[in-house]
Design a protein around this ligand. Sequence first.
Ligand SMILES: Cc1ncc(COP(=O)(O)O)c(C=O)c1O
Length: 385
Amino acid sequence: MLKGTFPTDKFKALTTPFYYYNIELLKETLNTVKTEAGKYGYHVHYAVKANANPRILSTIAEYGLGADCVSGGEIQAALDAGFPAGKIVYAGVGKADWEINLGLDNNIFCFNVESAAELEVLNSLAAAKDKVASIALRINPEVDAHTHAKITTGMKENKFGINLSQLNSVLDTLKGMKNVKLIGIHSHIGSQITDMSSFRNLVIRFNEILDELEAQGITLENINFGGGLGIDYYHPNHLSIPAFDNYFAAINKLLKVRPRQQVHFEPGRSVVAQCGSLISRVLYVKEGETKKFCILDAGFTELIRPAMYDAYHRIENISSDEAVELYDVVGPICESSDVFGKEVELNKAHRGDLIALRSAGAYGEVMASQYNCRKLPKAYYSDTL
Ligand SMILES: Cc1ncc(COP(=O)(O)O)c(C=O)c1O
């Protein structure tokens, strides 16, 4: 069984569970993103929600990416990590006044506005500061992302963005506003998208919208396609860097870019997922009547994706090379949903073995909770361990 490469000896002295980040892989991924986006002059704003660990953020900031934030806390984390305010975009259906003010005070690049109601508030908060906020309208493009229902965002029934049928009335409202300036349009249709046709459909929809706007005399300087590029959770050892080349090429092939128009992206998962693993220890191997359970000291408090989205993570016993057996791999949390995988092929497990849950760099540590009065997990990095 091919496994990831880990400094297992160094892990032995550490208290589990913890997150381990392969910084070399993160840097390789960032180089790839920069090279592939650079071919077309595209701007990349890393989606902080995927992983807001300060070390990860500052590494990404060093590579010159911007930041995509969905809360005031994320704006602050991005600024603290060294992302320039001029490269920060801010989306979210429920921006509180203090969060908008934080963005205004720091002169962030763009507010991705999600409703007419938000526009009114932003305009008045900006007026109170005698400022003009740059905005993009987040459109709900009615494009199916063909992904898990809980991470689909671009359909009518989702709470995100302005419906296409309401776009003209929002544009009318904007005409009377002095403290917001429309600089672009934005969409984010969902996450873990592996079917490129969803992105192609988004580009086609954007081309139509931009044509219609142009017919009304509106040419926007910025187009933002959001994030969503999926990763291969099944093959983290072979396909550790997502195919950014195909992704940007697919967009570039179809997109009708107008002169001076800038194109933006907000990838999160695809940048950080493969560099992170959750490392845990086997507490017990429990022989049930029909099943064998491998009970870990990590639970959904450290990695909630399997419980929340039925997500698959590859699980490896990095302490054992013995013959493979089938286990239900579970955590210690007092909830039946605290299961990482059923019928998982693992090298024979023993109490104390180290178990790696792979591809956990995105929506892992950042979603950890203290349910059951547990401690938040620590993080270690390949270059400082
Ligand atoms: C507005 C916005 N942009 C970008 C992202 C990043 O998405 P992903 O991690 O799938 O690339 C998200 C995540 O759902 C988002 O809500």
